[in-house]
Design a protein around this ligand. Structure first.
Ligand code: RP5
Length: 160
């Protein structure tokens, strides 16, 4: 099981590394690349075209501004692509979000929130868990812990 994480610029990394951490916590292998749909389009085509043969089963594509990376990668691969909009411009990431989410029919990119790196990692894990009972159990445990943590916080307030 391997996730390919691609970011449009090294400047996206402070957000992207939060997705890496989630994947690491779930014990999922990943590789991280800097590839731009605009600055290195030939590398984008090569990465996406070869992703499946290289054992990549899910791609996380992080980009800001006119964020075409996820869509371009999705155009060249049958591997599911999760778009991670980065808040990297004067438009506060709304430009990235709309660039990623508004794909034409036939080429979907699953889109998480602006700077929603954790959810990109969790969604990648959930996609992979379809074929891994062990990972599915880890996700169920993750959700149970999240629920317990919030209930504990609520209890702090109700006991005041
Ligand atoms: C996008 O442009 C990148 O994904 C990044 O979010 C944004 C700015 O890139 P840099 O100018 O910082 O390299 O392509």
């Amino acid at each position: 099981m391997k996730v390919g994480i691609v970011m449009g610029s090294k400047s996206d990394y402070p957000v992207v590394e939060r997705a890496e951490k989630i994947l690491a916590d779930f014990g999922i292998e990943y590789e991280t690349r800097v590839i731009s749909a605009h600055r290195t389009p030939r590398a984008a085509e090569k990465f996406a075209s070869e992703a499946e043969a290289n054992g990549i089963q899910v791609i996380i594509a992080a980009a800001g501004k006119a964020a075409h990376l996820g869509g371009v990668l999705a155009a060249f691969t049958p591997v599911p692509v999760i778009g991670l909009p980065i808040k990297s411009s004067t438009l506060d990431g709304l430009d990235s979000l709309l660039s990623i989410v508004q794909m034409p029919k036939g080429v979907p990119v699953a889109t998480v929130a602006i700077d929603g790196a954790e959810n990109a990692g969790i969604l990648a894990a959930q996609i992979l868990s379809v074929a891994s009972p062990e990972l599915r159990k880890a996700i169920i445990d993750y959700k149970a812990k999240m629920e317990a943590d919030v209930l504990a916080i609520d209890a702090e307030f109700t006991s005041k």
